[in-house]
Design a protein. Structure first.
Length: 362
């Protein structure tokens, strides 16, 4: 992070108009594009808050954080006041008028982290939360609308990241309202998203939170099982409560899909049979975080061993010495990408920051 990743993305990953580049090529150079995702602006803002926190080039990191906050507070927001999805790189304008919960969650997350580390304003975050409460909350079925206009189905993933944003907001200003929102999402998870019988997380649902289809019910993303394990542990730590009973079944479901070398596959059946044996960087980082969460909770060497295995997988297969990554491999272990998405940096930095925290390095 200090010697390669932060310098690379601060140089090649920042454009003249102040936006963060969406991608670099596999030679770690800027890749020309016409648009960039709002979530990339948010995630890279977070990356440079951690750069600040760890003491990397304070002036440059602060400048990049402040640039990011400026973009997220204004240009990234839809007419409704939440976040949109794509920014045009030509005129730095939001494309389309629709609002997206997933991107909004990351905007909130980044604004919270920037306030905590760099002291930037949280006013835009409070404005966005008001919009979420007024327009996104589904009073009939619970949870938040994934987009406005709304989709024809429900998706757990944006709710997962909104939970993460609520945790970050609480750490930023200690207002209990953020934990109240987080508890609502946890309750939704326990009631609808988590299947008690199989011990697994479902991904997609009907509008009233029934599994979208029999086929969809049987599709498991191990990376998301691990991601929820870590979030449930973080929620318990922040609230001073015991971990929810679903933590261990989720972890078991995620681990059932690991290959002998510790790689996390993209999708499997509920019984662990692979559907898609390709693998992404983010899935390995979330496995690392889940192993660390269980190690911190129990002190059992098994979880430490698994954390080391996930770390080795990342370092040996996915991350490059120049500060980038090969983000996607197929089932045979061959790369299937011709560029590297900046969005992956959030996953890498968060996992390594958590590794440093749990092991007491920093």
């Amino acid at each position: 992070m200090m010697e390669a990743m932060f310098p690379l993305w601060a140089e090649e990953g920042v454009m003249e108009n102040g936006l963060f580049a969406d991608r670099l090529d596999l030679n770690h150079r800027y890749l020309s594009a016409e648009e960039s995702r709002v979530r990339v602006q948010a995630r890279q803002t977070y990356v440079f808050t951690i750069a600040m926190e760890l003491g990397w080039d304070q002036d440059k990191a602060r400048k990049l954080v402040e640039r990011g906050v400026h973009t997220l507070s204004r240009r990234a927001r839809s007419p409704l006041g939440a976040a949109g999805h794509l920014l045009s790189l030509r005129d730095v304008r939001l494309q389309g008028s629709y609002s997206v919960l997933y991107d909004t969650a990351f905007v909130l997350f980044a604004l919270a982290q920037a306030h905590r580390v760099a002291g930037t304003t949280l006013d835009p975050a409070y404005e966005i939360l008001t919009v979420l409460d007024k327009y996104f909350w589904d009073f009939e079925n619970g949870g938040y609308l994934e987009t406005i206009p709304r989709l024809s189905y429900r998706d757990q993933n944006p709710h997962m990241h909104l939970l993460e944003a609520c945790h970050a907001l609480f750490q930023a200003d200690r207002r209990t309202i953020h934990l109240m929102r987080a508890k609502e999402i946890i309750a939704l998870f326990e009631k609808h998203m988590f299947d008690e019988k199989s011990g697994a997380l479902c991904e997609w649902f009907t509008l009233d939170w029934q599994p979208l289809s029999e086929e969809a019910f049987d599709v498991i993303e191990p990376g998301h099982q691990f991601e929820w394990v870590w979030l449930l542990r973080q929620h318990a730590l922040l609230c001073g409560e015991d971990e929810t009973h679903s933590l261990y079944p989720l972890y078991k479901t995620g681990c059932a899909s690991l290959c002998p070398k510790g790689h996390v596959f993209n999708r499997v059946r509920r019984d662990g049979r692979p559907i898609d044996k390709s693998r992404r960087t983010w899935q390995q980082t979330d496995a690392l975080k889940a192993h660390l969460a269980l190690f911190e909770l129990t002190g059992e060497p098994l979880y430490a061993d698994r954390a080391v295995m996930s770390f080795d997988v990342l370092m040996d297969s996915f991350l490059t010495p120049e500060g980038g990554w090969i983000d996607h491999f197929d089932a045979e272990g061959d790369p299937v990408v011709d560029s590297m998405t900046a969005a992956t940096g959030y996953h890498v930095v968060l996992a390594f920051r958590e590794l440093m925290r749990v092991t007491g390095i920093c």
